[in-house]
Design a protein around this ligand. Structure first.
Ligand SMILES: Nc1ncnc2c1ncn2[C@@H]1O[C@H](COP(=O)(O)OP(=O)(O)OP(=O)(O)O)[C@@H](O)[C@H]1O
Ligand SMILES: [Mg+2]
Length: 431
């Protein structure tokens, strides 16, 4: 084996180390030398001792043991060794660490041996006798490949980590946004009953101030109003309880309430609602009563939101009607086509099982323009003035219907009016 080049001078290697330390403060590479000739091992030790952490092995089993105990970057293997050949050693090393860069030292090898080395992904072959510069360059290139590989590896790991953090961040943001939406929804929904409560308290105040003594008629008047105030207060409590349930991700126990009872409650609520103004309102009970698998407050909230939208859709006096029927067959979903005048929502979560309760809220207002229709269920979308609408009403309606596994259809005709229809799971009324 010919060894000609001098080892690096102290000054050179100190400068190189300084640059290395300031640019990339990383560990020195580890080089494993496997050769059964003592002279060859010592020569290689002289060449590389200043540049790398060296591990020397005189035979295959020692090399494999060293690889098991240390992380090795590059191995220089003599092919022709007594006992285990360099090819066999490489084969076993691959089991211990598949990423080791291997440089094979060859002398008059057969093509078969070379082919085997190739199969084992040896990265370089150096013929004996070799120049020091040649082996130095080969080891240095192999080390660089290893560094590059491990940098790519750790960059990929960092990217994975970053992606995971980003994903967590997104989830956090989504949760925060959902919370914000839920709080906004509580305020939106409580606003209705609070307006009614406020109105009645004012009426009562006026009655108290005008009467010097309260007679029986006064007492009756007060009792009725207090009843309504009481009911609206319970509504506020129910609404906040429902949304707090959303926050805690709880599902409310579904109450089976008679639809006609709820329509009756809704009627009373709408009759005193400020948005009624001088519009006409009609509510038709179901011909046959049935239970419905949705919380009673939720259903009233859905229908009230739709009715209020109906009243507020035009500045001129017009009509809003509520009615419904029981369907004994599932819906034929193929007959619903989204288009400029139609939208069907919540199809994916809809439990299309008979009996279904179909309820509609219809107005003869101006209808919804085709360019507005796709947006009306988006949270915060409103065509009303900034102080008049939050744009949350229909989003809440859609969410509540989804919770109840129902579907929602809107059909509108510009100039003629709009009809919102909800489909909910019917249930036998408890006797
Ligand atoms: N019956 C209807 N006729 C015409 N347009 C409607 C009707 N219902 C809803 N819209 C349109 O859908 C939009 C969104 O309704 P949504 O109930 O979500 O919010 P909003 O009524 O504007 O605000 P809020 O519900 O807070 O009062 C309305 O601004 C309106 O443009
Ligand atoms: Mg609304």
């Amino acid at each position: 084996m010919a060894l000609t080049a001098d080892p690096p001078t102290e000054a050179n290697s100190a400068a190189a180390n300084l640059i290395e330390a300031t640019v990339t403060p990383k560990r020195r590479g580890t080089l494993l030398v496997v050769d059964d000739e003592d002279g060859a091992r010592q020569s290689l030790r002289m060449v590389f001792k200043d540049d790398y952490d060296l591990l020397m092995a005189e035979d295959g089993p020692t090399a494999i043991k060293l690889a098991q105990d240390h992380p090795i970057d590059v191995a220089v293997l003599d092919i022709r060794m007594a006992g285990m050949s360099g090819i066999e050693v490489l084969e076993r090393l691959r089991y211990v660490n598949p990423d080791i860069e291997a440089i094979m030292i060859t002398a008059y090898e057969t093509t078969d041996t070379i082919r085997q080395a190739l199969r084992l992904r040896a990265s370089d072959y150096i013929n004996k006798p070799f120049e020091i510069a040649t082996i130095r360059a080969a080891v240095s290139q192999a080390m660089q490949r290893r560094t590059l590989e491990s940098e790519i590896h750790s960059s990929a790991e960092k990217i994975q980590q970053l992606l995971a953090e980003l994903q967590n961040q997104r989830i956090e943001e989504q949760i925060a946004k959902t919370r914000g939406d839920i709080y906004a929804s509580i305020i939106h929904d409580i606003n209705g009953p609070l307006t009614v409560i406020c109105g009645f308290v004012q009426v009562l105040n006026r009655r108290f101030n005008q009467a010097s003594r309260l007679d029986v008629a006064d007492l009756e008047f007060i009792r009725e109003r207090l009843n309504i105030i009481g009911r609206q207060t319970s509504n506020c409590i129910e609404i906040s309880r429902r949304y707090l349930g959303f926050l805690r991700r709880q599902k409310d126990e579904t109450a089976r309430v008679g639809v006609n009872q709820m329509l009756n409650d809704l009627n009373q609520l709408v009759r005193v609602h400020p948005s009624l103004q001088d519009n006409e309102f009609g509510i038709q009970p179901l011909a046959e009563d049935i239970g419905v698998k949705i919380n009673g407050t939720d259903l009233i909230q859905i229908l009230l939101n739709l009715a209020v939208n109906g009243f507020q859709c035009a500045p001129f006096s017009h009509r809003v009607d509520i009615g419904g029927e029981v369907l004994r067959e599932p819906l034929d979903l193929k007959t619903f086509k989204d288009g400029p005048q139609d939208r069907l929502l919540n199809v994916e979560s809809f439990n299309n099982t008979a009996p279904l309760v179909k309820l509609w809220v219809r107005d003869n207002g101006p209808g919804i323009p085709p360019e507005v229709l796709p947006k009306i269920f988006q949270p915060y979308f409103t065509t009303k003035g900034p102080r008049q609408g939050t744009g949350l009403g229909l989003n809440i309606v859609q969410r509540l219907i989804k919770e109840g596994k129902g579907a929602l259809h809107v059909h509108t005709r510009p100039g003629e009016g709009t009809m919102f229809t909800i489909y909910l799971l019917g249930a036998n009324l408890a006797k």
